[in-house]
Design a protein around this ligand. Structure first.
Ligand code: MSP
Length: 525
């Protein structure tokens, strides 16, 4: 069905030192909604996610739990990270682990190429390292510690002391790419989004780039440097390569790489720098195309602070989905937070939106239309008669909303796409209230008018269903079956959602699309 272009999108690969929280689930869902939308517009779409399993952070967690790092990673991938995809209903096309053989082969090939081409050299490293960030730090990145770390310099993000390293390492000639990176940002202003993240990165690179230490010899949990078995690869250099090793880079079968690379990377703004500076420099050194785009989304905040496990503010995604379901989870985070900005999570807010926008707004609209077609026409969908201005306005709005929502997705603004669709939800509810089909039903002479009103509303509802199906796959599939639309909703062309003409029969919606929540859980927030 691909008559569009290719759309390859990635999430970051997640550290397996701990279990997922809703911040991680947010990244997954955002990428999944964009991917599902593109799939439904006929683009050759590929969604990649996975896990980042090497490095000191994982090694230390495993040791503290008396297991090998591989055993630890296997356990977390099986028990926590793969199940997350079901919990929040992510339809990924691949799942890569940095301990996969295919990844290690691709990384080895890449490193050897850079080494052979003179982009890697041996040198002495002296400086600071934060294991929490898995990042080398400049003195200016540190802040004075408090509490138990009073008197020491600590990482500004993790509030823990950094480690002092003095090692013989291999270095990547990142400084060679300073000007080429600045040229890239200038010639392709869309490369880093949103604007706030772009500005930060441009000014960071303008301050000058240093060569990057890319190997460690004090531990061995990582991919071996091909020409020196005493060293393992720096975990970020290893992790970034997942985006191309998953597509078969460095193997005989690189058809997917040829077809799908370059990808769009969806990342949290805290790791945008790795993706928009180090990663394109690595690709330039290897003579490969840079990513299509790096989009840095904002953080989920709890009590005004970035939610994190290490600060004990982590909320498990299932705490929310157990109460509200995965559709409402997906809807809430993408609707309530402007993509690219931070957003505060609160139980009150999700409960209020669930009730007002999903149960009363969309759910009620669907139940009313389906129930009236059943009550007044025994579920057999009639023909429309002549259209009034109000009916034509509903048809026109369905088309305009489809086009605007599609443009918002192209601009990486899912929050705008959803609120645009809600204009149609609200308009349809208003149309039904105004047209009073229940009053028309009392007058046999108004039979044709009643048919026109209900079918106009049904057509609008079908358009809404298709447009929100990437956000709420489960509820919309149920609705699609009830309105007798045929096929699965995931097969419907989203860019032509407004063209849906109605069906022959509708069957009652067994329970509402969004059941009443008896007692919304009151959690930490
Ligand atoms: N392993 C690296 C990524 C390597 S990609 C080549 C990593 N992993 S992580 O598990 O720590 O974080 C993964 C993602 O979760 C990041 O994009 C990060 O921004 C995101 N989030 C972590 N906490 C978050 C919030 N509180 N809110 C939103 N996103 C958050 O970094």
């Amino acid at each position: 069905m691909a008559d569009g272009s290719s759309f390859s999108i990635t999430t970051p690969i997640f550290y397996v030192n701990d279990v997922p929280h809703i911040g991680h689930a947010y990244t997954e869902v955002a990428a999944d909604v964009l991917a599902r939308w593109h799939r439904q517009r006929g683009d050759d779409t590929w969604l990649l996610t996975g896990t980042d399993e090497h490095g000191q952070k994982i090694l230390r967690t495993a040791s503290a739990n008396d297991v090998t790092p591989k055993e630890w990673a296997d356990r977390l991938v099986t028990d926590a990270w793969k199940p997350l995809l079901d919990t929040v209903d992510v339809a990924n096309d691949d799942f890569i682990r940095t301990t996969d053989e295919r990844h290690e082969r691709g990384v080895t090939a890449f490193l050897q190429k850079l080494y052979d081409d003179g982009y890697i050299y041996a040198g002495e490293f002296e400086g600071f390292y934060c294991v929490g960030c898995e990042e080398y730090k400049q003195p200016s990145d540190l802040v004075p510690g408090t509490g138990p770390y009073e008197g020491q310099q600590v990482c500004a993000i993790h509030s823990i002391p950094v480690e002092v390293l003095a090692e013989r390492n291999y270095f990547f000639r990142m400084s060679d790419f300073e000007q080429r990176l600045l040229d890239l940002y200038e010639s392709n202003p869309q490369f880093i989004q949103p604007e706030s993240v772009r500005n930060e990165i441009v000014s960071f690179v303008k301050q000058g780039l240093r060569d990057l230490s890319i190997s460690r010899s004090s531990f061995d949990w990582g991919i071996q440097i091909p020409w020196d078995s005493d060293h393992v690869l720096y975990v970020w250099f290893d992790a970034l390569l997942n985006y191309i090793t998953a597509l078969g880079y460095g193997t005989e079968d690189d058809e997917a790489f040829q077809r799908l690379w370059p990808s769009v990377h969806i990342v949290g703004k805290d790791i945008a720098r790795f993706h928009a500076v180090i990663w394109p420099a690595m690709l330039m050194a290897a003579g490969l195309p840079v990513p299509e785009r790096v989009f840095g989304h904002g953080w989920l905040l709890v009590g005004g602070e970035k939610m994190s496990k290490s600060k004990l503010t982590g909320i498990a995604p299932s705490e929310i989905t157990d109460t509200f379901g995965s559709d409402a989870f997906r809807y809430y985070f993408l609707r309530a937070i402007t993509f690219g900005q931070d957003g505060n999570f609160s139980w009150e807010d999700i409960s209020a939106r669930y009730q007002a926008e999903l149960a009363n707004g969309f759910g009620n609209l669907a139940s009313r239309i389906v129930a009236m077609l059943n009550r007044y026409f025994d579920g057999a969908v009639p023909e429309r008669g002549e259209l009034t201005e109000s009916d034509a306005a509903v048809d026109a709005l369905a088309q305009a909303v489809t086009e605007r929502a599609d443009a918002s997705i192209a601009a990486f603004a899912p929050h705008d796409a959803i609120s645009t669709v809600w204009e149609l939800v609200d308009a349809l509810n208003g149309y039904i209230t105004e047209q009073e089909p229940w009053a028309l039903a009392k007058d046999v002479a108004q039979r044709e008018r009643l048919a026109t009103v209900l079918v106009t509303a049904l057509r609008g509802l079908g358009t809404v269903a298709v447009l929100v199906s990437p956000v709420m796959p489960k509820a919309t599939e149920k609705l699609w079956a009830s309105i007798g639309a045929g096929g699965t909703i995931a097969e419907q062309r989203i860019d032509r959602a407004w063209e849906w003409q109605g069906s022959e029969t509708v069957t009652p919606l067994a329970a509402g699309l969004f059941p009443r929540i008896e007692q919304p859980e009151q959690g930490a927030a």
